[in-house]
Design a protein around this ligand. Structure first.
Ligand code: HBI
Ligand code: FE
Length: 282
């Protein structure tokens, strides 16, 4: 989302501070909202052992927010001790530059409002369940935490170079919809998948989508879908692969990609490492 105004977004941006943060008014959540949170949490929890990566499962087990919408202030001391990250409460989607600025300073923006019961299966904008359940557990992983800060710093530079779209694709195909190849088989670490009832099994088991080995330049030129399950997933071997890919300066990447047409989400290139194929040959 670019641009300074929040036209058409659900959150209440009226009282926010200059850095777009607000206070989480935890007392304002209703019993019905805590009950909806529990239903969302329970639906995902039964799927995690089969589809989520080990780091997510272990971190979630150490936190305890199945009982209701968590208090960000109660989690922040634990998060700070683990990886020096902090949750900041926000009204919803932020302009890219503001979002990158928070990540570059190890602050993760978490939306304060919860979806309605009618949105149990699908929601357009990230709500507190997507942001907290999907993103917060991996902020406790040291390597992932360092990658996300490096990503934020890269985003600020990309903003200055007009290369935001390429960084948005990197975020989408990793932080939101990334898969990881583990000794126990394919798992996910992407928040958009982990917080989705339908896409969690689909991303791992369906024969419909492509699954391609992580390739930074390939990702940065590949469009993504925002209102359907993904048509392509990219697969890393571990979080260090993500961190190492984003450590160097991206300027040469932008030069390499300049003038190349973006690829449709469904594209397959001869150079793609098809993950499914490797498993079959095993
Ligand atoms: N704002 N609050 C919030 N959460 C996001 O995940 C987010 C955002 N703004 C922009 C954005 N994500 C993506 O465009 C990033 O790739 C920049
Ligand atoms: Fe997200």
């Amino acid at each position: 989302m670019t641009g300074e105004t929040a036209h058409g977004l659900r959150g209440d941006y009226a009282g926010m501070r200059p850095d777009y943060t607000v206070d989480q008014d935890w007392a304002a959540y209703t019993p019905a909202e805590h009950a909806l949170w529990r239903r969302l949490y329970e639906r995902q929890a039964v799927l995690l052992p089969r589809y989520a990566c080990r780091e997510f499962i272990d971190s979630l087990a150490a936190l305890d927010f199945s009982a209701g919408i968590p208090r960000f202030d109660a989690v922040n001391p634990k998060l700070a001790r683990a990886t020096r990250w902090r949750i900041v409460a926000v009204p919803g989607l932020l302009p890219d530059r503001v979002f990158f600025e928070h990540l570059a300073n190890r602050r993760f923006p978490v939306t304060v409002w919860l979806r309605t019961p009618e949105e149990f299966d699908y929601i357009v904008e990230p709500d507190v369940f997507h942001d907290f359940f999907g993103h917060v557990p991996l902020l406790f992983d040291p390597v992932f935490a360092d990658f996300l800060e490096a990503y934020g710093q890269g985003g600020l530079k990309a903003d200055a170079l007009g290369a935001i779209e390429m960084l948005a694709r990197l975020y989408w195909y990793t932080v939101e919809f990334g898969l990881i190849a583990t000794p126990g088989g394919l798992r996910t670490y992407g928040a958009g998948i982990l917080s989705s009832g339908g896409e969690l099994p689909y991303s791992i088991e369906s024969a419909a989508p492509h699954r391609i080995g992580f390739d930074l330049l390939r990702i940065m030129r590949t469009r993504y879908k925002i209102d359907t399950f993904q048509e392509t997933y990219f697969v890393i071997r571990d979080f260090r692969e993500l961190f190492e890919a984003t450590a160097p300066d991206f300027t040469p990447h932008y030069a390499a990609l300049a003038g190349l047409e973006p690829l449709p989400a469904r594209a397959v290139l001869p150079a793609d490492i098809a993950i499914g194929a490797i498993v079959d040959e095993g």
